[in-house]
Write a protein that binds this ligand. Structure first.
Ligand code: SAH
Length: 448
């Protein structure tokens, strides 16, 4: 299979160009943690959003954690993602695609290998959910360009699902050549579009539902952890027993402060979202994540394609993971809404369940295993061989360690994939009898 050997040789031989611009984490930061903040950014209070939430609660009662999280992160005026570029050197945290180009390159190879496994369809939509600064998409498109001989005449386009006007502007600056178009958002599903330097069309949408159908490879890195969760607590009292919803209320002692309370009786959400056989005493459920994964599963079933999801997560075992980040430290989730990042670990068991039986899910496996299976060691050797600057070499080694070390991002981050049912079925021809076609990253690519 010539194309597969081309993919392997891309990792272990080809394209040893270093894109140093993509490695912008200051060294001190790499030592302190993967979520960090520049001291340049001062803590400011966001009184408008706090006031708005307090008024609402006073008028109609406590709100769900899900509503609180949605407002704090994506309120159209003062949401954290709406108005911030939190990923830059002056931002609040650093992500794998921002740490090293290798991350995006290996995900690019994954996309091409899934496209090949589908029989090289004539159309390839690359769809990224929550593209941040556009670094991952940029690295993947560079791999596509370098693997032009494999992709042949396939019609490639890029579709970005992004709620943040601020970040979509940053993405456009990163990915597009000069001209770009903005659309009347009331009329159009696409709110921005343009063309890359190599002529690939790029479109921006607010919702996955608006992305056009067609064979698609979906990428979502640190996207699902930003979606709103409901929180539920199992209550055991002499007179009362059962699931209650954790809600957000105004503190009666201090009207400028919020606090958590438990609903007096079951809520509609607790009745619907807590599984009947749930064994934990506290659970977090992300229905929006469930709806999105169902959408991806339907598209993969109907039009072909694959999805790769990478995030902090667990397989249905963790309980209270809702947290905020501001500065170098954990931040009280109820303080200064709109000014801090809020996140909850992704429950991959829930995503697998919501994806349903029409698709096959792989993982979660650790980032370390995924990247090693994808050939990160071989790719590192190629880049190191081509790099003679002492500082850049040291940076490369640090970034490799940061991505793969179990104590850093190596085990905290998990990879999970959604594939069409036929993907793992026995195929005649290339495969040895009895061996399912390998899925890159989840099995070794076998570079030698
Ligand atoms: N994937 C990037 C950025 C992660 S931060 C990286 O790894 O570097 C989360 C991203 O998801 C941001 O781009 C944010 O604006 C976007 N986002 C958050 N909630 C969203 C939602 N409900 N719909 C679409 N995009 C969302």
């Amino acid at each position: 299979m010539r194309a597969l050997s081309l993919l392997k040789s891309y990792i272990s031989n080809g394209c040893a160009v270093l894109y140093v611009w993509n490695m912008k984490g200051p060294w001190a930061v790499w030592q302190t943690g993967y979520r960090w903040s520049s001291s340049v950014r001062k803590l400011q209070s966001n009184r408008t959003l706090l006031k708005h939430l307090a008024c609402k609660i006073n008028a109609t009662g406590p709100i769900s954690v899900s509503e609180y999280m949605r407002e704090a992160l994506t309120n159209p005026v003062s949401g954290y993602y709406t108005k911030n570029d939190m990923l830059g050197p002056d931002g609040d945290f650093i992500t794998s695609p921002e740490i090293s180009q290798i991350f995006g390159e290996l995900l690019g190879v994954w996309c091409v290998s899934e496209w090949m496994a589908a029989g090289k369809p004539s159309v390839l939509h690359l769809v990224e959910l929550g593209p941040g600064r556009g670094s991952l998409a940029g690295d993947v498109l560079r791999v596509f360009r370098q693997l032009k001989s494999v992709l042949g005449e396939a019609e490639v386009s890029l579709h970005l699902v992004e709620v943040s006007p601020k970040l979509s502007q940053v993405q456009a600056e990163r990915l597009l050549r000069d001209q770009q178009q903005e659309y009347d958002t009331k009329e159009e599903l696409v709110y921005r579009s343009g063309t890359t330097h190599t002529g690939i069309s790029v479109y921006w949408y607010r919702r996955i539902e608006d992305v056009p159908k067609g064979f698609s490879v979906f990428l979502a890195h640190e996207f699902f952890d930003a979606l709103p969760i409901h929180k539920f607590q199992f209550l055991v009292k002499r007179t009362d027993k059962g699931w209650r919803e954790v809600l957000v209320d105004v503190d009666p002692e201090r009207t400028d402060k919020l606090r958590f309370v438990l609903s007096h009786s079951p809520t509609l959400a607790s009745a619907i979202f807590v599984q009947i056989d749930e064994k934990r005493q506290h659970v977090e459920v992300c229905p929006e994540g469930g709806v999105i994964i169902q959408n991806l599963a339907n598209r993969i079933t109907e039009d072909g394609g694959a999805a790769l999801i990478a995030d902090y997560g667990h397989d249905g075992i963790k309980t209270d993971t809702f947290r905020g980040f501001k500065g170098h430290q954990l931040h009280d989730v109820l303080e200064a809404p709109g000014m801090a990042d809020l996140t909850a670990d992704v429950d991959f068991r829930y995503l697998r369940k919501m994806a349903g039986g029409q698709v096959t899910c792989l993982g979660p496996i650790t980032q370390q295993s995924f990247l090693k299976n994808m050939g990160i060691d071989a790719r590192m050797q190629v880049l190191l061989r081509s790099c003679h600057d002492k500082d850049t070499r040291a940076q490369l080694i640090h970034s490799y360690d940061f991505l793969t070390n179990p104590k850093k991002m190596g085990h905290r981050f998990q990879f999970f994939s959604v594939l069409g049912r036929g993907r793992l079925a026995q195929s005649k021809g290339d495969q040895k009898a009895g061996t399912p076609p390998p899925v890159a990253g989840f099995t070794e690519l076998g570079l030698q």
